[in-house]
Design a protein around this ligand. Structure first.
Ligand code: RFL
Ligand code: PHB
Length: 389
């Protein structure tokens, strides 16, 4: 088999890249280790920046998103029971849209299927070859048979545990990492959300988040130790803990019900540099991880592949390598700003094992500053709704 761009991974990064390239007439093959149902079964991000919505529109998959997505003008922070709303639209004229990663993935998969482009699910033992020369290729095993795809470029959109970044020689790559000593226990429930907008809560017992997927489906999280076992959390235990961490009004209005999904996600900050190695590019979680506190993971993946698609289309249309040469530096500048914002949101909202009385006062001062200063609130608003590339 032969293609222009071989894409490893059918998460949002790989599928969106595939769609943007197909729309520009650049053919692609996507190789995915898991089944289509498995990919669709993963419950992950829920908040889309305006720039992500614009990219999904450009990719021609905005219809359901505009019909079913919930446009949010702001978010609320709750500090030890005191709530404050940040109105992004009033502060900077921007908004975010609540639309689950599962739905984004479904829309992209359907569009790809309709276009007839090739996606190989359950591709085993994917390996990358020759990306330091002119004739890269990708090999994989499907149903016990080995196949090879010759291509012009390989893109690693295969997430944090993928094969693409691991194929780069150690001396050519530098990584930066911070692992947090806690995770988020999340539940999904078919009950209306407690509030119209998201509530990020700081409490001495730990962080909590009230989020949603629609008017009838809610997503809630509580901070737990990194090694927490999900089996130790009955639904009742979860609801009791959540109620303790939010303000009284929120606790009183919470509509509880049986969870339809419950899992613990670890929190990590990670960046690899650079993101181009000859004819291999990294994008999305393969290139970086942010803790979910700033709602940036999916959005960063989208902005990476938006830039990568532009660069590759320019290469084919104008025979110019300027875009692909500049890709790594261009996206890393935005990635580090999103890393900073996600780290900062994480540090002010969570309880750290080493948090002493001084740190607690500093966290409180951050909240008091944010709610009393227009400049601070605008800074939060522009970061949360997404910085320009
Ligand atoms: P993905 O979504 O991980 O997709 C990568 C795809 O590559 C496949 N793959 C391979 N395919 C072929 N060969 C191999 N050797 C392969 N190895 C892996 C995988 O099966 C997968 O289908 O990365 P992508 O596309 O870069 O998208 C990034 C986003 O998914 C991610 O940033 C966010 O979901 C992060 N994230 C969250 N972000 C938020 O903003 N809010 C959240 O609530 C939130 N929750 C989460 C998350 C990430 C999680 N992970 C990765 C542990 C919860 C979890 C559990
Ligand atoms: C979610 O709804 O899953 C969600 C929302 C906001 C975040 C993280 C996760 O910051």
């Amino acid at each position: 088999m032969q293609t222009k761009v071989a894409i490893i991974g059918a998460g949002p990064a790989g599928l969106l890249l595939g769609r943007l390239l197909e729309k520009a007439g650049v053919d692609t093959v996507i190789l995915e280790r898991r089944s289509q149902d498995y990919v669709l079964g993963r419950i992950r991000a829920g908040v889309l920046e305006q720039g992500t919505v614009e990219l999904l529109d450009k990719a021609g998959v905005g219809e359901r998103l505009h019909a079913d997505g919930l446009v949010h003008d702001g978010v609320e922070f709750c500090f030890d029971g005191d709530r404050h709303r940040f109105d992004f639209r009033a502060l900077i004229g921007r908004t975010v849209t609540v639309y689950g990663q599962t739905e984004v993935t479904r829309d992209l998969m359907q569009a790809r299927e309709a276009s007839g482009a090739t996606t190989i699910y359950e591709a085993e033992n994917v390996s990358l070859h020759g990306f330091d020369g002119d004739r890269p290729s990708v090999r994989y095993v499907k149903d016990g048979v080995e196949h090879e795809i010759a291509c012009d470029f390989i893109t690693g959109c295969d997430g944090y545990h993928g094969v693409a970044r691991a194929s780069v020689p150690e001396r050519a790559i530098r990584t930066f990492e911070r692992v947090y000593p806690f995770g988020w226990l999340g539940i999904l429930v078919d009950r209306p959300p407690v509030a119209e907008e998201l509530i990020y809560a700081h409490h001495a017992r730990g962080f909590a988040l009230c989020s949603m997927r629609s008017h009838s489906r809610s997503r809630y999280y509580v901070q737990v130790p990194a090694d927490e076992k999900v089996e130790e959390w009955s639904d009742d235990r979860f609801w009791d803990e959540l109620r303790r961490r939010v303000d009284q009004e929120t606790a009183d209005h919470l509509v509880t019900g049986p969870s339809i999904e419950k899992s613990v996600a670890p929190l990590r900050s990670f960046v690899a540099e650079p993101l181009r190695f000859g004819r291999l590019f990294l994008a999305g979680d393969a290139a970086h991880i942010v803790p979910p506190t700033g709602a940036k993971g999916l959005n960063l993946a989208a902005s990476d592949v938006g830039a990568l698609a532009e660069a590759l289309v320019e290469f084919y249309a104008e025979r110019s390598a300027a875009g692909i040469d500049g890709y790594s530096a261009r996206v890393l500048s935005r990635i580090w700003k999103a890393e900073r914002f996600s780290w900062w949101m994480t540090s002010i909202l969570h309880t750290f094992p080493e948090t002493d009385a001084f740190s607690r006062r500093i966290q409180r001062a951050e909240f008091d500053y944010l709610r009393s200063s227009d400049a601070a609130a605008r800074s939060l608003a522009e970061n949360y709704t997404g910085l320009p590339l």
